[in-house]
Ligand binder design. Structure first.
Ligand code: MLT
Ligand code: MN
Ligand code: ZN
Length: 299
């Protein structure tokens, strides 16, 4: 199984267009600190890749990775489809950018599909441009990543009922946010991708404990970070992101897992954006890593 990390930033990216915070200003001064919106490409077969989430950076993300470039046919793309972990705007806005495709396959749970179809009106808007097909991610059964049915298998692990703000009035469902367990039957190896973690349910823990590689929501370093930095009156947990550090934090959980563990979806307030921050040493002491936008994982 081959995974290419396409981005590691939370909504807004780093730098965020309207933000002069230290994280964003630091990324303007040091281009190596820039991070695109969190996303992953998973190889489904020879010359076939699925993207996990479609971010506002999707065009640049495809250009930055030669494996995702079109060819040899003039309009032949290796991008076979998009798997959604949730319906948040930072994970779905890129779908509209793929309108030049002959067809666009989207794999998502029922509530995510409903949000994107009924509230964001993707089908209505894209029908004049391309053919959108949906495949359901059902949290009770394993599906093939590739529509051909071969190769990597996916299990959607329910994480939380956190709805996007634009869908605040939509019905509750335990699969508004899922983690993806990606299993390669040929190598027997498993990765778990969980870029939006409002809670750490038992099913997520079991999947994380069995995985060879775990990539987890690292939006905020600590629970008070959004309030301290003035971006929100709410704590990280109240905003739907378990922090990395502290008693509710994910670091102490990840430190007990046998697999390789990395953080993604970093917010621009996160001290980890500064490569010299002491928080990196704390993570290293726990055996944990921060993913970057060029990371390739082979399992
Ligand atoms: C989140 O990760 O909580 C969302 O993407 C926030 C947002 O963009 O509204
Ligand atoms: Mn987000
Ligand atoms: Zn900023």
């Amino acid at each position: 199984m081959l995974l290419r990390v396409l981005g590691t930033a939370a909504g807004g990216g780093i730098p965020q267009w309207n933000c002069a915070c230290p994280g964003c200003s630091g990324a303007r001064a040091h281009p190596g600190r820039r991070r695109r919106h969190a996303s992953l490409a998973v190889r489904a077969g020879e010359g076939r890749w699925y993207l996990v989430n479609a971010t506002p950076d999707i065009g640049d993300q495809i250009e930055a990775h030669p494996d995702l470039h079109p060819g040899p046919g003039a309009r032949q793309t290796p991008v076979a489809g998009v798997v959604l972990t949730d319906a948040e705007l930072d994970h779905t806005l890129g779908l509209w950018r793929l309108r030049e495709a002959d067809r666009l396959e989207i794999v998502a749970t029922a509530p995510v599909r409903e949000a994107v179809e009924d509230r964001l009106r993707l089908g209505e808007v894209l029908t004049p441009y391309t053919t959108v097909t949906w495949r359901e991610l059902d949290t009770r059964r394993t599906v093939a990543l590739d529509s051909s049915g071969s190769g990597v298998r996916i299990d959607a692990v329910p994480v939380s009922g956190k709805r996007p703000r634009y869908a605040a009035g939509a019905p509750g469902h335990d699969a508004w946010v899922v983690a993806l367990r990606l299993h390669d039957p040929d190598t027997g190896r498993t990765a778990l991708y969980a870029p939006a973690v409002a809670a750490w349910p038992d099913a997520l823990h079991r999947a994380a404990a069995e995985a060879d590689c775990v990539i987890v929501d690292g939006t905020f370093w600590d629970d008070e970070e959004p309030r301290r930095t003035g971006i929100s009156p709410r704590t990280a947990t109240a905003m739907g992101h378990l922090p990395i550090d502290g008693p509710q934090g994910t670091a102490r959980i990840l430190a007990t897992l046998p697999g390789r563990c990395l953080y993604t979806h970093l917010n621009n307030t996160n001290p980890l954006l500064d490569p010299a921050a002491p928080e990196h040493k704390e993570l290293a002491r726990l055996g944990l890593e921060v993913a970057d936008d060029t990371l390739v994982i082979e399992l």
